[in-house]
Design a protein around this ligand. Sequence first.
Ligand SMILES: C[S@@+](CC[C@H](N)C(=O)[O-])C[C@H]1O[C@@H](n2cnc3c(N)ncnc32)[C@H](O)[C@@H]1O
Length: 235
Amino acid sequence: MSIEVVDVRPHERHYGVYMVRLEDGTERIATKNLTPGKRVYGERLIKWGGDEYREWNPYRSKLAAAIVNGLKLVPIREGTHMLYLGAASGTTPSHISDIVGEKGLIYSVEFSPRVFREFMEKLVDQGRRNVVPILGDARFPYQYAHYIKGVDVVYIDVAQPAQAKILADNADYFLKPGGYVMLVIKAMSIDVTAPATETFKQEINTLKERGYEILETVHLEPYDTAHAMVIARKK
Ligand SMILES: C[S@@+](CC[C@H](N)C(=O)[O-])C[C@H]1O[C@@H](n2cnc3c(N)ncnc32)[C@H](O)[C@@H]1O
């Protein structure tokens, strides 16, 4: 049996994110369910004050892990248009879909047909109309350029080498001036102020060389080993 919820209130910093307090005193984060009654990955549904919320699990979503670990800047609001590279079966995109709401859009690129089918079943077929599924390879943005209008944010989590390059290549095509990029990368240490791996440094350097100012870096331990989230903006 799950522990009872005693309070739900907006997160003090992040639009569309809620803090859920449980009777044992612990807190979780959640988003307001855009498709009430429907789960995406087995998450807990919470009814409170006439609304339904979906618990956002930091062990399953790197963006949730970054928020729980104190990420200050989440450049996602109601109506945000985002390009999401590496959508997988839609765990994180589903919560972003809750946050951006009916006026927002998430162009979601995934290159594995099997995983893409799961994404379709869990998000699109369940009535999430702000999700635009794209079966495509993020390394080749020209292949899907005709589907996408300018976006406010480009997010990447493809778990592949050269992510920063792929991110910047996509941003060159689709990011509006003043837009943000969000990059999930592997870091060596649980303390990102300590020396990072070559990969980590290289990825950050690639972003800098491509004209980005690094605004924030947050490690994802203990939820995701040796990963960090980087937020940057074109100078
Ligand atoms: C770590 S998972 C993403 C998890 C997802 N971001 C989430 O938080 O719910 C990485 C995904 O990227 C996909 N991927 C890897 N390389 C890709 C590429 N070049 N283009 C598109 N998708 C890619 C993989 O098939 C996999 O589903």
